[in-house]
Design a protein around this ligand. Structure first.
Ligand SMILES: Cc1cc2nc3c(=O)[nH]c(=O)nc-3n(C[C@H](O)[C@H](O)[C@H](O)COP(=O)(O)OP(=O)(O)OC[C@H]3O[C@@H](n4cnc5c(N)ncnc54)[C@H](O)[C@@H]3O)c2cc1C
Ligand SMILES: NC(=O)c1ccc[n+]([C@@H]2O[C@H](COP(=O)([O-])OP(=O)(O)OC[C@H]3O[C@@H](n4cnc5c(N)ncnc54)[C@H](O)[C@@H]3O)[C@@H](O)[C@H]2O)c1
Length: 470
């Protein structure tokens, strides 16, 4: 111990994992003159720009171009045969990832934070040993330490699945070919986004979901509409499916045996993508050596200030059990930044929006009808089909609907869900109104520019029933 202690390089702040919030914290603190080190094993800017949000949205955009081009004749535009060049799709994505990596290297250099590339592991309280990627090791100490190591794809314990060497989002976003028949296990965020993208790249796609609906966290009408949308593109969807076993090898031939309420069936394909949720990167990083406790799901246990059970150790992002979105990890950064400076910011009560980047997208902020029922909150609800939004007469983007929830006894907007063109953009205006606690009639009666999708908010809010007389 004496020997190790004498070799420790001490920093004001030591951050394990260059995740979305961690890197921002490092740059902020280093610019403020503190001595900061970040330990990162693989991706200079964390997973989002390297293998998650940006690469997926980049390829999804290519897939949309393919889709629109295939349907060009519907809009009076003649094209020849449409072919997708997956090598070029990948190269375009790769160029963006390289630019992002270069940006992050530059941001570290200009901030003054030291980026140490290697695998980090706690060897004592506030002390991390790093096996450097270039060889050798360093032992680092931090007066305060932040853990931002993220999660990785779960591979369900299904016989034969691991041996089939399935794709996760990382491999699927790096393919130079469209699989002949892609089987997607999991009908949540990654599964639905990737299923639609690969269908549009020309693959046959079968999506297997164990639950009764796609996008299980949403209301039934939302899941049902998403099902209609993906089935309209001839994606086969098997719901209520218990995966019994997998045979074969992804990339060659795959057989998935599932049990559904109507009996056992076998889905045969060429490749399998697993999109069945996430596992926190908390195993084998010595958290017990540092007194950092985990919760029952293996995530780092934090309080609402994002402090762990160990003094002067914080956690940020997915590993802290925060909702799994980049903007939440970024907000965790702001909370830790302010609390480190003596503030009292909490993760409680924050309004978290999200957008699923299907076409059309799905976006939500605040309560769903299911949430309202579960929490016993009395609400008024209105929905508007996208076919009633005038802009869709021009664009033919008629799938989906908007739904709004307001208080039964007051005019506060409590929740908004939309499946429809530009859903993520329309969401921001509702979120702004919610933050400002704007009574909904103000937004209903606002003059919104014609011919936008957001113009639909007027008719949507006009459909709300009057408050019940007392
Ligand atoms: C396919 C996909 C698409 C997504 N799309 C979106 C989207 O459109 N919008 C959105 O908001 N969210 C999206 N997400 C979620 C989003 O990517 C994450 O919520 C976000 O990256 C937050 O991550 P984080 O800050 O917790 O950690 P991450 O960004 O995952 O960073 C953790 C870092 O820690 C490093 N690390 C782990 N262990 C060690 C160790 N022992 N030593 C050193 N380094 C280590 C990892 O290499 C990694 O770089 C998507 C996720 C996936 C998988
Ligand atoms: N646009 C975005 O913001 C975006 C995009 C992608 C991912 N993400 C984030 O990444 C997280 C992880 O995404 P994900 O899709 O892996 O998880 P998820 O939780 O969204 O969906 C996983 C789905 O897999 C199903 N499942 C689990 N085991 C199964 C099995 N054995 N057979 C069949 N189905 C099974 C679950 O019922 C669930 O519906 C999301 O929760 C989201 O927060 C966000």
């Amino acid at each position: 111990m004496e020997k190790v202690m004498s070799q420790i390089e001490q920093f004001d702040k030591l951050i394990l994992g260059s995740g979305q919030g961690g890197k921002l914290l490092a740059w902020h603190l280093a610019r403020a003159g503190q001595r900061v080190a970040v330990v990162e094993r693989q991706w200079v800017g964390g997973s989002c720009p390297a293998v998650a949000c940006l690469p997926s949205k980049n390829e999804i955009w290519s897939a949309r171009v393919a889709h629109l081009t295939r349907h060009a004749a519907d809009f009076g535009v003649a094209t020849g045969d449409v072919a997708v060049d997956m090598a070029k799709v990948r190269a375009r994505k790769h160029g963006m990832v390289e630019r992002e990596a270069a940006f992050h290297v530059q941001a570290y250099a200009s901030s003054g934070a030291e980026l140490i590339m290697g695998v980090g592991r706690f060897v004592g309280p506030k002390t991390i040993e790093v096996q450097l990627n270039d060889g050798g090791a360093r032992t680092l100490g931090g007066n305060q330490v932040v853990v931002n190591v993220g999660t990785h794809a779960a591979i369900p314990d299904v016989p034969g699945l691991r041996a089939a060497n399935p794709l996760t989002h990382i491999g699927a976003l790096d393919l130079e070919r469209a699989p002949a028949h892609l089987i997607v296990l999991g009908g949540g965020y990654i599964g639905v986004e990737m299923a639609q993208a690969y269908r549009r790249f020309g693959s046959r796609v079968t999506l297997i979901e164990r639950g009764a609906r796609l996008m299980a966290r949403e209301d039934a009408d939302v899941g049902d509409e998403m099902l209609r949308i993906v089935r309209a593109e001839e994606i086969d969807v098997v719901l209520d499916a218990q995966t019994i076993r997998v045979e074969g090898h992804s990339g060659t031939q795959i057989r998935v045996v599932v049990r559904t309420p109507s009996g056992e069936e076998t889905v045969e394909g060429s490749d399998i993508l697993v999109a069945a949720g996430r596992i926190p990167n908390t195993a084998d990083i010595g958290l017990e050596q540092a007194g950092i406790e985990l919760d029952e799901r293996g995530y780092i246990r934090v309080n609402d200030r994002l402090q762990t059970s160990a003094r002067d150790v914080w956690a940020i992002g997915e590993v802290a059990g925060s909702p799994q979105f980049t903007h939440v990890s970024v907000d965790d950064f702001r909370i830790v930044r302010d609390n480190m400076a003596g503030g009292h910011r909490s993760t409680g009560e924050r309004l978290i929006p999200y957008t699923l980047f299907t076409d059309p997208p799905l976006a939500r902020v605040g309560l769903s009808e299911t949430d309202a029922r579960r929490e016993g909150i009395a609400v008024r609800v209105a929905t508007l089909p996208m076919s009633n939004v005038l802009r869709t007469e021009a664009t033919d983007e008629k799938q989906g609907f908007m739904k709004v929830l307001v208080g039964a006894d007051d005019d506060r907007i409590l929740g908004f869900t939309m499946i429809g063109s530009e859903a993520g953009e329309v969401l921001a205006s509702i979120q702004t109104a919610m933050i400002a606690q704007l009574p909904y009639p103000k937004l209903r009666d606002a003059v919104i520019s014609h011919l936008t999708v957001a113009e639909g908010l007027g008719p949507l809010l006009s459909r709300l029933p009057e408050r019940a007389a007392r």
